[in-house]
Ligand binder design. Structure first.
Ligand code: KIV
Length: 263
């Protein structure tokens, strides 16, 4: 497989072909995930929960994100690598550029930041300096204390309309991708139609341009209840590699997620 780039993924959106994304935090899983053809690996700050055992992503530090991004980059075989800027590492212009620079030097090809229209300045600063940015909208876990829990966002028409406008605004500011978490399926479809950049969904219904899952959720090993929008791909799989392959195939042919795996 030749290396996946932003250009590849933008072309896939234009041609209507879906692409798949999975989280990984180390070289071994990055190797397997990229070898089965998953187009993008997300080094998510979800590692604070699934690797470190915290109850939120807030304790994750920039140094930890750099460490895991470096490991993923070593194992990767051609997927595009996206890495999260952790909580409060992009609160000022200087912090934002410094933190993004560290993750890009660690091997990321694009960085992800959480928020709304107010991200426009950071996105512009980074994009102007050659750093592609994915804007994470909807349920933004770094703001869990402000949101009052891990709740579906954009349920009423005013907040849905606001999210559509934010997505358009951030595309104008220079965002290269949007990630939508936990929004009604109908809103996931609407935002994907309204922007020209790829929209990756998690709990955002079947009609986004791409899907992402936390690896531990789709392997069925997350402690507690699996999120409703995830699926255990180990059921019926012959190995972890086979589960990744089946996930990739199900995203590609549109059979994941189904209607009941959305909101
Ligand atoms: O950190 C992460 O893994 C994420 C996904 C939940 C999209 O941002």
């Amino acid at each position: 497989m030749s290396n996946i780039t932003l250009h590849t993924l933008t072309k896939l959106k234009q041609s209507g072909e879906k692409f798949s994304v999975l989280t990984a935090y180390d070289a071994t899983f990055a190797h397997i995930i990229s070898s089965v053809g998953v187009e993008m690996i997300l080094v998510g700050d979800s590692l604070g929960m699934v690797l470190q055992g915290h109850d939120s992503t807030l304790p994750v530090t920039l140094d930890e994100m750099v460490y895991h991004t470096t490991a993923v980059a070593r194992g990767n075989k051609g997927s595009m690598i996206m890495a999260d800027l952790p909580f409060m590492s992009y609160a000022t212009d200087e912090q934002c550029m410094h933190s993004a620079g560290k993750l890009m030097q660690a091997g990321a090809h694009i960085i992800k930041i959480e928020g709304g229209a107010w991200l426009d300045r950071s996105i512009r600063l980074l994009a102007d300096r050659g750093v592609p940015v994915c804007a994470h909208l909807g349920l933004t876990p770094q703001a869990v204390n402000k949101l009052g829990g891990y709740r579906v966002q954009g349920k009423d028409s005013a907040s849905a309309q606001q999210m559509i406008e934010d997505a358009r605004h951030l595309e104008q500011a220079g965002a290269s991708m949007i990630l939508l978490e936990c929004v009604p399926s109908i809103l996931g479809a609407e935002i994907s139609r309204n922007v020209d950049i790829p929209v990756i969904g998690i709990g955002a219904g079947p009609d986004t341009d791409a899907q992402v899952l936390v690896m531990h959720d789709m392997l069925g090993i997350t402690p507690g209840r699996r999120p409703r929008f995830s699926r255990n791909f180990m059921e019926g799989a012959s190995s972890i590699e086979d589960a990744f392959r089946q996930y990739h195939a199900a995203v590609k042919d549109g059979s994941f997620p189904n209607q009941s795996e959305g909101f």
